[in-house]
Design a protein around this ligand. Structure first.
Ligand code: ZN
Length: 279
């Protein structure tokens, strides 16, 4: 199942077009794309037999952030060996976890304002929580994932490293969390534990890897995080980026006004975000 935020309204996305969830369910499910996760199982059951009569073609430029207001946003650092190596940092024994404050989230095709000349890219698989997860074991963890999507963990490197070692502010400027273009349920992809992902800047491929190279898999992350706190319906986890970021290149390479980041994951889709000068 593919699910999107079409101009602010929750929609099922099918090969024939979009189905407006509120209208097709006669109001049983609200139009707010964030509301659906608290009734995820009920929604999935309904969506399986949703009326197909109201399917309408849609324009991808109308797709907005598919998870607009999560309660918690988790970011994972150093989750690919080759990325830890390029950063000159040891392989972590526990997932290094920070937050991206939710106001940084934006749509799959939105422009991103550059607050400085030190902004970097990080393509990432993003997992969206369906059923609340607290003290969940690795073997049960996928059951708590509603969907997967593509994310960019855009990062201002000076603020990231300059605030007492706390990453969260440097990763939370407005627009620093593009998501989308839609949500895909894990059963829609061939193997949710092994997906190719990558990103291209101004046409040049900068990152390519597979999620099977993660140090902490999606189930392991859910086990580790939920050992400490509950993961709530609609929360999201940015699962870490592979090698190929700009700041550790020689010489360093940062995002310039006008450049387009294209970020993709196999079986999910591609998001495209244009960098815009703040001046
Ligand atoms: Zn990241």
């Amino acid at each position: 199942m593919k699910l999107g935020n079409l101009s602010g309204r929750l929609a099922l996305l099918t090969p024939a077009g979009a189905i407006d969830v509120e209208k097709a369910s006669n109001g049983r499910f609200a139009s707010d794309p964030q509301g659906v996760f608290s009734r995820w199982q009920e929604f999935r059951d309904w969506a399986g037999g949703a009326p197909r009569g109201d399917t309408k073609p849609y324009d991808e430029s109308d797709l907005r952030c598919p998870v607009p207001r999560p309660t918690q946003v988790f970011g994972i650092g150093l989750n690919y060996r080759a990325h830890a190596a390029e950063a000159g940092l040891p392989i972590p024994e526990r997932p290094p976890t920070f937050t991206k404050f939710p106001t940084c989230l934006t749509g799959p095709f939105d422009d991103v304002l550059l607050p400085s000349p030190f902004v970097d890219w990080e393509v990432e698989l993003v997992a969206v929580i369906g059923e609340r997860a607290f003290h969940v074991g690795e073997n049960d963890a996928w059951k708590h994932v509603a969907a997967l999507t593509v994310g960019q963990d855009i990062s201002e490197r000076i603020v990231q490293w300059g605030n007492g070692g706390q990453f969260s502010l440097g990763k939370s400027f407005p627009g620093f969390g593009p998501l989308g273009p839609w949500l895909v349920t894990p059963d829609e992809v061939k193997n949710p534990d092994d997906l190719e992902l990558g990103c291209r800047i101004a046409g040049e491929v900068m990152q390519t890897s597979r999620t099977s190279d993660m140090i902490f898999s999606v189930p392991r992350l859910i086990a580790e995080l939920s050992a400490i706190l509950p993961l709530l319906p609609g929360d999201i986890i940015f699962t870490g980026t592979p090698e190929g970021v700009g700041s550790v290149r020689k010489p360093p390479r940062f995002l310039q006004p006008g450049e387009l980041i294209e970020s993709w994951i196999e079986g999910i889709g591609t998001i495209r975000n244009r960098m815009v000068s703040a001046a």
